[in-house]
Design a protein around this ligand. Sequence first.
Ligand code: DX5
Ligand code: ZN
Length: 233
Amino acid sequence: MPSGGSGRDPGPVGAIRIAPSVLSADFGALAEQVGEVAASADWLHVDVMDGHFVPNLTLGPPVVASLRRHTPLFFDCHLMMTNPEKYLKDFAEAGADGCSVHVEIGHTAELITQMRELGLRAGLALNPDTPFEAVAPFLDRVDLVLCMTVFPGFGGQEFMAEVLDKVRQVRHVVDADALPVDIEVDGGIDVDTAPRAAAAGANVFVAGSAIFGHERPWEAADQIRASIHAGVG
Ligand code: DX5
Ligand code: ZN
């Protein structure tokens, strides 16, 4: 599978990865905040919101390009947008390594092809109430499935444990068919919920408020990783 045109290494498929979400960082000091978690993070999760797919606005390719100059971290861009096809090229050129588009917006096959052609790692995101069947036909041609454990749009929401059944379904097929697909959870992830998601089969853990809301964000990221390895929660 291509790992982006950049050569930045996403790491081995299926490995445990902690991906701090910049959504909960101080946008006025973004580079410094990313620097604080760099040693404890595997990926940086970049939440892009367009004010249409979700009722919130965040950032676009220029901010990704600015951040790119400050860190070699793998950029995992979560595009909460109704029309990502118009912006995927800009994100790739700005330094995105992987992009995830939501299956709810449709034309999924075309979007996967476009991401591949741009050298991006291709991800598909599902809202909490979107069933496994929506992603099943595409599992043999994506690098990542992002199961939202909150409704997208805002940080700091409560983890929805009912999504774990879907995580188990994705993990079952990925393992049964030996597919090289990472399974990511996003929303309400902390030291209590991360081990539960890991037990269900997730291996990439996005955390915003649990990391950047902590006085020492690097410690929070390390604690989430330790909680997964300890299997507590
Ligand atoms: C929510 C975003 C998440 C968000 C998670 O729409 O996709 O990545 O940053 O934030 P927490 O970890 O605070 O739930
Ligand atoms: Zn996200």
